[in-house]
Structures are given as C-alpha cells and as structure tokens.
Design a protein around this ligand. Structure first.
Ligand code: FMN
Length: 160
C-alpha cells in the first residue's frame, strides 16, 4: 500500500501530528507539506492534516480536500477549541463533506497551542469567536498524550 501524508501547518502543531502519522505507517510512504502536495490520485491511502481558521479547515486544505477522490482517507487537525467541542466537530464534518468522494476511514483532532498575539487580537474583538475561551488551555498541545492517542489510532487502522 502506498501512503501519503499531507499537512498544512503554520506554527508546527499540525506538522507534529503529521510526523506521528508518518512514523506509525508501514510500507511505501511519503510525507509533504501541502504547498508541495502531489496529485492524490497516485496513492492508495492518504492522511490529510489541517488547522482550523474561522471554524473551518485552513484555506489551502479547503482547496486540497475535494481533490481526494476514491481513496481511503484519514483526517487529522489541530485547533484552539477544546477537543470534542461542537466547534471542532463541525470543522471536521466540514472537511469530510469536502472530501465526499473519498472513503473516510477515521479522524483525529486535538488542541494546538495558539499564538498569544492571535488570542489577544481575538479577545479584543467586540464579539470574540467562540473558540477563543478554550485557547489558553491549548498551551503545550499537541502533547505526549495526543501523540500516543494518534499513534494508536493509526496502528489499529492499518493493522492487517
Ligand atoms: C488566523 C487564525 C485563525 C484561527 N481560527 C481558529 C478557529 O476558528 N478555531 C479554532 O479552534 N482555532 C483557530 N485558530 C487556532 C489554530 O487552529 C491552532 O493554533 C492550530 O493548532 C494551528 O496549527 P499549526 O500550528 O499547524 O499552524 C486560529 C489560528 C489563527 C492563526
């Protein structure tokens, strides 16, 4: 099986998850940032990672997700919102809808430390975004527990 890990990451949180997925995969595999992402049609299994912006996958991921067609797809993400929050779940569902022509075999998301300047800027808005209340607790994430959870998930998904 040929596996491709593609990730979008500005501040390395999602990159850490991508590297975890890559290490846990066996067989022929490749990892690359979304800016260098190859044509997804050449791969059997694709793991695609994004970060959340304005409650959705980041803009580059929004463009890449619909291009993944007829492949097994694992989605992963980091965000300032709490893991399992409505905000985070809605964004993951948004990604799944965009990749409707792929076969989504699993997903994982967790908090990712938010740039303090972004928190300050968002908190100063007349109507701060809902996820910002959770953002201070994202410090240090993805942490060891997140990495282990993701690793176990990939190992169990790819076990024969
Ligand atoms: C401009 C901007 C917008 C963001 N919008 C959201 C958002 O809508 N929801 C959320 O949960 N986190 C939001 N975040 C937080 C990031 O998704 C989070 O820190 C993520 O882990 C960043 O991933 P990266 O380090 O891979 O770039 C935003 C961050 C930035 C910089």
């Amino acid at each position: 099986m040929r596996s491709l890990v593609v990730y979008s990451s500005q501040t390395d949180n999602t990159r850490k998850l991508a590297e975890t997925v890559y290490k846990a995969l066996t067989g022929e595999k490749e990892i690359c940032p979304i800016s260098d992402a190859p044509d997804p049609s050449d791969w059997d299994f694709i793991a695609m990672g994004f970060w959340l912006k304005a409650g959705k996958p980041d803009p580059m991921s929004l463009e890449y997700l619909p291009r993944i067609k007829g492949k097994s797809l694992f989605l992963f993400a980091t965000h300032g919102a709490a893991a399992g929050s409505e905000h985070a779940l809605n964004a993951m569902n948004y990604a799944k809808d965009l990749a409707f022509e792929a076969k989504v075999v699993g997903s994982y998301s967790c908090q990712g430390e938010v740039d303090p300047k972004i928190i300050e800027h968002a908190q100063a808005k007349p109507e701060p975004p809902v996820w910002i209340a959770d953002a201070p607790a994202a410090v240090g994430h993805p942490d060891e527990t997140n990495i282990e959870e993701l690793k176990s998930l990939i190992v169990s998904l790819t076990a024969v």
